[in-house]
Write a protein that binds this ligand. Structure first.
Ligand code: HEM
Length: 205
């Protein structure tokens, strides 16, 4: 069977560590928010703060890696064939049609995917990061004479959290829509995409 090496070791490490941290931040964050009780507020708060620093360190490393390797270009937005991809997700996918996008090493993401990931990187992550740090250092900032409105910070952070949750739900659904239900999941574990996608990619390279 034709195969293509699509995700490097660092990308897989980054992806799964980020997934673990973001899931823990959603679970503990919505507990802090008061949506349910699981660990208890104090424990949830402690986990949320530790995971926040781990996530920030990971994001800094990942940003560095993307610039050093030039892989940031994967996220350059394009509308080329975006209409075909929209039609596929709205319609063709339910008729069992093949995905219109051809995966290559140089362009791993279809146009909608690249735009969604770019929005995560340039919008959702910074919203959570900046409002989270303001939340964390609220007392210190107040002591320095910077009296920010805590309710506004909390609201912005919660909006960011819901955006991340929406992304997460869509992401998990789309993971299952490869040429088999587990094809995309396997690619992110082993690094190798196989089957039809890989075959088409090789033909086009
Ligand atoms: C995927 C990432 C994240 C999610 C889903 C998330 C989610 C949440 C949610 C839902 C809350 C409750 C907000 C409220 O009701 O007021 C919260 C609180 C908080 N988050 Fe996050 N958060 C994330 C990342 C971060 C980051 C990166 C930081 C720090 C840099 C951070 C720091 C905080 C702090 C300090 C609180 C308030 C805790 C308290 O009330 O004392 N969060 N988070």
């Amino acid at each position: 069977m034709e195969r293509i090496y699509i995700f490097t070791r660092f990308e897989r490490f980054w992806h799964w560590t980020q997934a673990l941290l973001v899931i823990s931040m959603m679970i503990t964050g919505f507990e802090i928010h008061g949506s349910y009780s699981l660990f208890g507020f104090a424990k949830a708060h402690q986990i949320h703060t530790i995971a926040a620093w781990a996530l920030i360190i990971l994001w800094v490393f990942a940003i560095f890696w993307h610039f050093i390797t030039g892989e940031w270009r994967q996220y350059l937005p394009t509308m080329k064939d975006a209409d075909k991809v929209i039609r596929h997700y709205a319609w063709g996918i339910f008729l069992g049609e093949e995905h219109p996008f051809v995966v290559t090493r140089a362009r791993k993401h279809n146009p909608l995917q690249a735009q969604a990931y770019l929005a995560v990187k340039l919008l959702i992550n910074p919203i959570l990061w900046i409002s989270g740090l303001l939340y964390l250092y609220y007392n210190e900032l107040a002591a320095l004479g910077q009296h920010l409105d805590l309710a506004t910070i909390a609201l912005i952070h919660t909006i960011g959290a819901f955006m991340m949750l929406a992304f997460f739900v869509a992401h998990v659904y789309l993971i299952t829509t490869g040429h088999t239900v587990t094809a995309h999941l396997k690619a992110m574990i082993t690094g190798w995409e196989d089957g039809e996608g890989a075959h088409l990619a090789k033909r086009d390279q």
